[in-house]
Write a protein that binds this ligand. Structure first.
Ligand SMILES: O=C(O)CCC(=O)C(=O)O
Ligand SMILES: [Fe+2]
Length: 328
């Protein structure tokens, strides 16, 4: 059992060396898990270095992001996510308000997901984020490279969730069945410099928590990501070359009975140059039920949430953050 203690206040986001995750020695993986345990109970955000994803692959994906967003608006609009039965494709500027009730975010995006057979029951049932990827017609090579990047980061998410399972005193393979047919979404985001005409509280990405299990974010050298710590202070997460920024999502917070924190964060691009980022969201299988882990509850600390499926939770969040803007 992991007894509850209140979160501490982070002033800066810690850097985790992930090399030991690849060690054949369980004791090394467990020591790493303990580091992740402490951070996840505190700020729920960390930088990951020595993560095993080749830098050339990351740099290449940023190059493709710049090329994609430089396409004519008509090419991007032709694959608008509203044309995809599961919400993949191009997200036009102002389509989403991540901070519910705030003005629309000052970002445009592109998202794609798990490559699943078109006759898979999840696709036939029209479930959110299964199948129906949309790719631009006039950007040869984009899909191939994006798929390579996706598979490398997806593999990293599996290893990370193995360590996270250990960190919660669960078997290392606890999440494996949940990762077989996942909602796993790669987003590519473009934030123009914050315009003088922005409305009150209108920024690149409004304050929000991430919804899934873990997020693995590559950010370029521009900066602008900020994270809310346990005291409610916003601390910046400046770019660190070669790192990913990893954070715990809402579903893991629920699974761990609030032991781990899915912390709010936001983006404001205050400089003069455009900012690009590549967040990957590992959310797990829509059918998986998220119910308090046995290691995270006790008579003194009963389960705080009713069990829910991953699919139901994500569908609610999509409606909240896209619905409000679409209706406006
Ligand atoms: O662009 C970033 O750095 C963060 C984006 C983000 O928080 C999100 O898409 O959930
Ligand atoms: Fe986020």
């Amino acid at each position: 059992m992991i007894p509850y203690t209140p979160p501490m206040t982070a002033r800066r986001i810690p850097v985790i060396d992930f090399a030991d995750a690849f060690s054949p020695e369980l004791a090394r993986r467990e020591a790493l898990a303990w580091e992740i345990h402490k951070i996840s109970r505190d700020v729920g955000f960390f930088y990951l270095v020595n993560h095993g994803v080749p830098q050339a692959l990351i740099d290449g994906q940023f190059d493709w992001a710049r090329r994609f967003f430089a396409l004519p608006q008509a090419s991007k609009s032709a694959i608008d996510m509203r044309h995809s039965a599961s919400g993949y494709g191009y997200e036009r500027m102002g389509a989403q308000a991540l901070d519910e009730g705030s003005p629309a975010d000052l970002k445009e995006g592109f998202q794609f997901g798990f490559d699943i057979a078109p006759d898979h029951p999840y696709v036939l049932r029209g479930l959110l984020r299964y199948g129906h990827n949309l790719w631009p017609q006039d950007l040869p090579g984009f899909e191939t490279h994006s798929r390579q990047y996706y598979e490398a980061v997806r593999a990293l998410s599996h290893r990370l969730l193995g360590v996270i399972a250990l960190s919660l005193e669960m078997p290392e393979d606890f999440f494996t069945p949940v990762l077989h047919t996942p909602i796993a979404t790669q987003r590519m985001l473009h934030y123009p410099p914050q315009p003088a005409s922005a409305q009150h509280n209108q920024i690149g990405a409004g304050a929000h928590t991430d919804w899934g299990l873990v997020t693995i974010l590559a950010q370029d050298a521009i900066g602008g990501l900020e994270i809310c710590n346990a005291e409610g202070d916003w601390v910046s997460a400046p770019p660190i070359a070669g790192s990913f920024v990893v954070n715990i999502g809402d579903l893991l917070q629920r699974w761990s009975n609030d032991l781990y924190h899915s912390n709010a964060h936001r983006v404001c691009n205050v400089g003069n140059a455009p900012r690009y980022s590549l967040p990957f969201f590992q959310d797990g299988d829509q059918a998986a039920v998220v119910a308090c882990l046995p290691t995270c509850c006790s008579a003194e600390r009963p389960a705080r949430y009713a069990p829910c499926t991953i699919g139901d939770y994500l569908e609610m969040k999509v409606k909240q953050t896209f619905g409000a803007v679409a209706a406006a």
